[in-house]
Design a protein around this ligand. Structure first.
Ligand code: 5GP
Length: 190
């Protein structure tokens, strides 16, 4: 089986992690690419599951050693990156890779993998809705939420660079829609 890449990008709080998790539950041939990050674990997050939590120094060393396919300083002093070793690990299991990355990272990964990848932009129904979701998630303080909303407004301008745009106005419907998009992308090729 040839391995394909599924890139899910969205502004923070637009629901992409729930969508990525849904895809992973429904299709055992998909596997999540665990990114490295310098941000601290939130809530019940576990090292090696949601992220590899590393220090800024370790992150910089990995940049110097060329260990990343792509990386971004998503927020000031918060680095996130896709490790080459992670993608190779998943390919080694003969699985398709699911990336949950920020919008610039998504565009970069699509440029790298070309027709082997499908890039999907999850659009929040509105900026107000996004802000409310971040507030109700209650994982960040108000100033961090403001930072995320401002970044989201910039990111939404880049949506047209993705293969597909899906508006997250109803999580159940959207999960299904994204699942169908991914399923037909893979089935057309396998
Ligand atoms: P969070 O802190 O909410 O987990 O993630 C913040 C943002 O960083 C999200 O948009 C998430 O998709 C993105 N992100 C996570 N991993 C990566 C990565 O490896 N590369 C890039 N470019 N962004 C990432």
């Amino acid at each position: 089986m040839k391995c394909y890449m599924v890139i899910i990008s969205a502004p923070s709080g637009a629901g992409k992690t729930s969508i990525a998790n849904y895809l992973l539950r429904k299709n055992p041939n998909l596997e999540f690419s665990v990114s490295a990050t310098t941000r601290k674990p939130r809530g019940s997050e576990v090292n090696g599951k949601e992220y590899y939590f590393i220090s800024v120094n370790e992150f910089r060393e990995k940049i110097r050693n060329g260990e990343f396919i792509e990386w971004q300083e998503v927020y000031e002093n918060q680095f996130y990156g896709t490790l080459k070793s992670e993608v190779e690990r998943i390919w080694g299991k003969n699985c398709h890779v699911v990336f949950d990355v920020d919008v610039e990272g998504g565009i970069n990964l699509k440029n790298i993998f070309g027709t082997r990848a499908i890039s999907i932009f999850i659009m929040p129904p509105s900026v107000k809705d996004l802000e409310e979701r971040l507030i109700s998630r209650a994982t960040e303080d108000r100033s961090k939420i403001r930072m995320r909303v401002e970044k989201a407004m910039e990111e939404m301008k880049l949506a047209s660079q993705f293969d597909q745009i899906v508006v997250n106005d109803d999580l159940d419907r959207v999960q299904n829609e994204v699942y169908k998009i991914v399923d037909s992308f893979i089935n057309e090729r396998c």
